[in-house]
Ligand binder design. Structure first.
Ligand code: AMP
Length: 239
């Protein structure tokens, strides 16, 4: 009887050990549940202490640009750098380059053609997306076409004119225009004003359809009233 009890407690200890090993293996693996599709307002990237540089192709159009398409999990964690062997190759996306230059420019200094930024996004996030390189960038471009943030904000009379708008009115305009809730992220300009910096939308696992966000990114969003700054050139370091 005693031996039987001892055996079953050993069995349960082993079972618990195996279960916890399995759970921790699964949560540190490369799976994901949905994507964040993140667009940024270039003026807000540039008018901070860090400043920016126009891409080699010139001043970006007055529009939101893509920051990234990031696999994420329901618990708020995310996989990254999923395939050390899968390096970015420009030739894989040669057909998308004009569209990427327009919609996914790099604003880092010194001026560049965007390749370094795209390579970073592919290697950190794209390699976890279950898409090949061309499909990954194409998916992001398609999502950008579907989610015309500047238009839905303009429809709600929210314009990049340096005025302050309530955070709620911005989120409501996006919800009304696109049908989904968003996460709005702010940064701070050189005068310490909180301003509209990035908008996160959630996308299904196939990178096709917008969905209601299962979980919003961690961290502070914005103040109650935020600036929507115009695109002034003085903040640009060099071209
Ligand atoms: P990630 O690793 O995908 O979260 O991207 C973060 C990096 O992207 C940071 O180093 C940012 O400075 C950079 N970043 C964000 N927007 C841009 C942009 N428009 N051009 C170049 N780098 C950017």
């Amino acid at each position: 009887m005693k031996l039987q009890l001892k055996n079953s407690s050993v069995f349960f200890t082993i079972l618990i050990f195996l279960c916890s090993f399995f759970i921790s293996f699964c949560s540190s693996s490369q799976d994901f549940d949905f994507f964040y599709f993140v667009q940024e307002w270039p003026a807000s990237y540039c008018d901070t202490k860090r400043s920016c540089c126009y891409p080699k192709t010139g001043k970006p159009a007055q529009d939101f640009t893509i920051h990234g398409l990031w696999p994420n999990r329901y618990d708020g964690s995310w996989p990254q750098y999923c395939d050390g062997q899968s390096h970015f190759h420009k030739y894989q996306i040669w057909d998308l380059i004009p569209k990427l230059e327009k919609n996914w420019p790099s604003l880092n200094c010194p001026s560049s053609d965007g390749v370094k930024f795209w390579a970073h996004e592919w290697e950190r996030h794209g390699t976890c997306s279950l898409l090949n390189e061309n499909n990954y960038f194409q998916a992001a471009l398609d999502l950008k076409e579907k989610a015309n943030l500047l238009q839905v904000l303009k429809d709600a009379r929210i314009e990049p004119n340096g005025d302050f708008y309530s955070l709620e009115s911005i989120k409501e305009a996006i919800r009304k225009g696109l049908g989904y809730t968003s996460f709005v992220q702010c940064n701070v300009d050189i005068w310490q004003n909180q301003q509209l910096y990035q908008v996160y939308l959630c996308v299904d696992k196939f990178a096709k359809e917008f969905i209601d966000c299962p979980i919003l990114p961690r961290g502070r969003s914005c103040g109650l009233e935020i600036e929507f700054p115009p695109f002034f050139s003085p903040f640009v370091d060099s071209i």
